[in-house]
Design a protein around this ligand. Sequence first.
Ligand code: KG4
Ligand code: ZN
Length: 358
Amino acid sequence: MTWMEPETFEILYGESGWFKEEGDEIIILAIESSCDETSAAVVGDGLNVLSNVVASQIDLHKKYGGVVPEIASRKHLELINPVISEALQQAGVEFSDLDAVAATYGPGLVGSLLVGLTAAKTLAFALQIPFIGINHIVGHIYANFISNKEIQPPVLCLTVSGGHTDLLYFQELGSYQLLGSTRDDAAGEAFDKVARVLGLGYPGGPAIERISQEGNPEAIDFPRPFIDENNYDFSFSGLKTAVLNYLNTEKQRQAEINVADVAASFQQAVIDVLTSKVLRAVENYPVQSVILSGGVSANRTLRDHLARSLEEYQLPLYTPELELCTDNAAMIGAVAYYKYLKRDFSPLTLAARANLKL
Ligand code: KG4
Ligand code: ZN
């Protein structure tokens, strides 16, 4: 056992430790608090979501146009215990039924992460059960395995959230190769920033998608950064600047701005870049299916466009159910289950890591 000092291990679990095996009923309490959602879930046998409580702080942060870290961590403190109690109650389990406690330890806002992480470590220590630290981005990927239990590797995965845009290749589940990432802004971040300048509020993604339905995606020819580059990297900061420049020029000309057209044209530019990189990877790697994860995967226009493009390659596109696309603790519980089976537990000294990478 390398995950904990031998003395601590012995105090907690006896000399050898005893853990459940695959096939036993393994019940994990998972906690997610990396940004502005306080969430706790009870997950049985990895992919069976018994409860998934999400307390969103979106309304609190809306008036500031984005998440205010100090307010977020204070709110997490208020919500964490009631959310955990609610998750246990909805699942119909007691603390004594739990086999492990898991929590996101990065990436995210450090003050927010600390709340969920400390709650999880404290509970694990008090209940004398293993604690498992989870990478938030891996959680988003595993949300797909909850929703689509039939997914088989090799799999290509596009993760698009407020903080990340990553293209990953899984030869088998559990080991992956990072093919490319964003060089600057994440896709969700671009949605949020453009929504802000268009006066659509926060969070920007859903607002842009909504108004885009009334706009023409071909109205304005925004750039498609990196689309022709022979790599799997992304860049969205230039696209955001192009939208800003367009708005300024139109204002100077005193022309009327059609917000729906701007939103739809911007959204289409993001979708075209994301789709082209996925297709490039599909042509160069043996792939059985493609999965889309992260907050931006809630975007129906992106889902439909990507699914249609993949039809030509006879590849299915998997996406999580809508409530599993954005931040939630069930996805953290799914990763924790596979770590539990491998006895890949974490020390109680595990620190929150704001910039944790894949
Ligand atoms: O995964 P997530 O909930 O949090 C992070 O880990 O970042 O993703 C949040 C991001 C935000 O930028 C939000 O604007 C974006 O996901 N998002 C969307 C949609 N719903 C959420 N972007 C585009 N279209 C949507 N429907
Ligand atoms: Zn997220």
